[in-house]
Design a binder for this molecule. Structure first.
Ligand code: TRP
Length: 335
């Protein structure tokens, strides 16, 4: 906690290409809300990104673009710390120390490691296996109490807690043991538009399954019109209507309306009208974000300044934790 008594909250997003509206609704949109309530620290996780092959020029561009997108979505560098992970060397330094208390057995059992190893069989590297230890370092360096993570990262957060407890037990209390943060209200998981039993993902082979934050108006509307719905014709949020419910979740997230308001608004109307309205609502909401992101991307000087100040602020906190860790493990640090 800080002097103001606010809890610290850490999260990060990888700059590994397109950001979907699922990432926005599930993560970035909440990051914006959280910055008033907590001391928030947000990173662009480029060190994590290279655990799968990246084109260097694309990684550089994606890093800048993600930074711009964060700010365009409303993350305010004056309210929180916003930085690029590789700009703060302490992340790698703490990872090395935590590696000495992490076991290959527990890391090779991680679901994401197994999935990614299967998917990138030609590039199963040590970084991919060590990914959760780097993530633990991200969180523990800032003594974060809260970490908003999606379902796919819960196991990594569990490991972070285990490592924190293990270190604290071996070397005495050093790290805050973090908790997952489950967003209040619309914590909806956005599903594929083509198959509502699967999570919306930018790596889906079918480009109609997802909407990205940079899709243009026509593309967004076309994808919504093609979205898989369910039998019947009623716009109602229900377990047996996964396609329609997913569209309702998207609609409410972008309009701020409730599920009930939405059901009432479309009572007596068919799926066609509803899908068009969803597309228009998403396109309307994204237009100003896209314009602001484009403006920021042209203002590299400003983005560089934000990154620099963010990295400095992050480093100050991270260095404190790291020197405590170095002292505890017995590294000689002069007098
Ligand atoms: N691994 C996370 C993801 O892909 C991103 C991430 C990196 C992260 N470090 C983190 C999330 C620390 C929360 C906390 O979604």
């Amino acid at each position: 906690m800080t002097e103001e008594g606010k809890k610290k909250l850490f999260s990060a997003v990888q700059p590994s290409g397109a950001v979907t509206i699922g990432n926005y609704i599930g993560a970035i949109k909440n990051f914006v809300t959280l910055q008033d309530e907590y001391d928030c620290i947000y990173a662009v996780a480029d060190l994590h990104a290279i655990t799968v092959r990246q084109d260097p020029a694309a990684l550089r561009r994606n890093t800048l673009e993600l930074m711009a997108l964060f700010i365009a979505c409303g993350i305010d560098p004056n309210k929180c710390i916003l930085f690029v992970q590789s700009h703060v060397p302490a992340h790698c330094e703490l990872t090395w120390v935590l590696n000495t208390i992490a076991y290959p057995g527990e890391l090779s059992r991680m679901t994401q490691f197994k999935d990614k190893s299967a998917k990138h069989a030609e590039n199963v590297n040590m970084g991919l296996m060590d990914y959760p230890v780097l993530m633990a370092s991200d969180i523990l360096l800032y003594q974060a109490a809260l970490v908003p993570v999606g379902a796919d990262q819960k196991q990594h957060l569990e490991l972070t807690r285990d490592l924190a407890i293990r270190f604290n037990n071996r070397y005495s209390g050093t790290f805050t043991v973090p908790e997952g943060y489950i967003p209040k209200g619309n914590g909806a998981r956005i599903m594929s538009l083509a198959d509502p039993s699967r999570k919306m993902s930018k790596s889906d082979d079918n480009p109609n399954a997802f909407i990205t934050m940079s899709d243009d108006r026509d593309t967004i509307i076309r994808k919504c019109k093609r979205a898989v719905t369910d039998s019947g014709n009623e716009v109602r949020f229900a377990e047996d209507k996964p396609g329609v419910s997913n569209l309702i979740a998207i609609y409410t997230a972008f309009t701020g309306k409730t599920i009930e308001e939405t059901e009432r608004e479309f009572a007596g109307k068919g799926y066609g009208d509803f899908k068009l309205a969803v597309g228009e609502a998403v396109a309307d909401a994204l237009a100003p974000v896209q314009a602001e992101k484009a403006r920021l991307c042209k203002d590299k000087g400003y983005l560089n300044q934000v990154m620099k100040e963010g990295a400095e602020a992050a480093s100050r906190i991270a260095r404190k934790t790291l020197s405590k860790v170095y002292r505890k493990v017995g590294f000689y640090q002069g007098e």
